[in-house]
Write a protein of this length. Structure first.
Length: 392
């Protein structure tokens, strides 16, 4: 008994040093490790939420992902509270409640590469304050609190895996190899875009074996994301790409267009791939932020056309992977022949090349009246694209 008490006392002596170190390490992780993604949410969490709340699998994955993100941000408050265990509550409480939300927002800012939008700010601040209050309540029993914190941290890190399964990686690679092997049959221009969609999804249909078409559709979207969009899609998926194939991929990519423009084909394909690797909202947020960066000095300017391409690519991925009925419906439609208008509308009349000052003064920024009108126009045009619609 005496030996046990001595061990506990020795451990308690190290805790005042351990907590600040863990706080710094955790903040660094939150800055540079991508957020948990719906596709990487632990199955037990998804199944538990689905059975408890009686919601769909996709909704369960979103809830599980938000919960993981909240836990990660909340741990900032816990670590900071425990780091100040030697300071009286009179001084520790206000310090923790003020600093924790600031640290959470800073970590989000660095991680996303842009200042968090309002909903992200809400999640960050709320989670951080809850974590701070929870951490303050653990100050009386540091060892028990430490065990609990380690468990929560482990769950969070489990959910931050942005890689894809070996099966999906292998199937995406096989689809990509198939597309490159048929590159000579792919014409230039918009016809090439249509041909690549047809090749990718018909290959997916052949590999669905008449059962689950969702998995091969994901593989097709990832392959198109790399070949038509950007090699870095493979990096986000944490899968290497053969460097010797890069020139071949670039040669094919550079001669394919969407509505006569190569950049729109890239926007479309990358946004679709990001849905498979993350989620619909995150994919659109990345597109919006990209346009805001383009509107800064030296950028190409804010483009509503690019945003429409981002939106269309996002909705294609949703339609292709939402459920088995939608996945098979897309195969049937593509089997009848790819019509560009079914996947992407006309771009006439949408403003482009807007500087930040013009975008703010004439359109009111992201929440401006004119911007919202154009957003409604984009949605109206996309609603006419039959291949982007989903069925329940």
């Amino acid at each position: 008994m005496i030996k046990s008490n001595a061990s506990n006392n020795k451990l308690a002596d190290y805790l005042p040093i351990l907590w600040p170190v863990l706080l710094v390490v955790w903040c660094v992780l939150l800055c540079f490790v991508p957020d948990p993604r719906p596709l990487s949410a632990p199955d037990w969490a998804v199944d538990g939420i689905r059975s408890t709340l009686k919601v769909s699998e996709s909704a369960s994955r979103v809830v599980a992902t938000i919960a993981l993100r909240a836990c990660g941000l909340a741990l900032i408050g816990v670590f900071l509270s425990l780091s100040l265990s030697q300071i009286s509550n009179k001084f520790a409480v206000p310090f923790v409640l003020i600093l924790t939300p600031l640290l959470a927002v800073l970590c989000q800012w660095i991680n996303y590469g842009y200042f968090p939008i309002f909903l992200q700010l809400q999640l960050g601040v709320t989670s951080a304050v809850i974590g701070a209050l929870f951490g303050l309540s653990l100050r009386r029993n540091l060892i028990a609190g430490g065990v609990l914190v380690i468990l929560i941290a482990g769950l969070y890190l489990w959910g931050t895996n942005t890689g894809i399964s070996d099966d999906l990686a292998n199937d995406a690679r096989a689809t990509g190899e198939y597309l490159l092997a048929n590159a000579e049959s792919v014409p230039n221009g918009d016809a090439g875009f249509a041909k690549l969609l047809e090749l990718a999804f018909l290959f997916a249909e052949d590999n669905s074996h008449g059962t689950d078409a969702i998995h091969p559709n994901k593989a097709a979207i990832l392959a198109l994301g790399v070949i038509l969009g950007e090699e870095r899609v493979a990096k986000v998926a944490q899968r290497p790409i053969q460097l010797t194939r890069v020139p071949e991929i670039a040669a094919l990519r550079n001669r394919v267009t969407l509505r006569g423009r190569n950049d729109l084909a890239r926007h479309f394909s990358v946004s679709a791939a990001l849905v498979v690797l993350s989620d619909e909202n995150r994919s659109m947020t990345v597109g919006i932020v990209k346009e805001m960066m383009d509107a800064t000095e030296g950028g190409s300017g804010f483009s509503f056309v690019d945003l429409m391409a981002d939106r269309a690519g996002t909705l294609l991925a949703v339609a292709a992977t939402k459920n088995r009925s939608n996945a098979r419906n897309l195969h049937t439609r593509i089997g009848r022949g790819v019509v560009i208008a079914d996947f992407f509308p006309e771009i006439d009349g949408l403003p482009e090349g807007l500087t930040g000052d013009v975008f703010q003064s004439e359109y009111g920024g992201l929440g401006g009246k004119e911007t919202l009108k154009l957003a409604e126009e984009i949605e109206r045009r996309i609603a006419a694209c039959q291949a982007l619609q989903t069925i329940e």
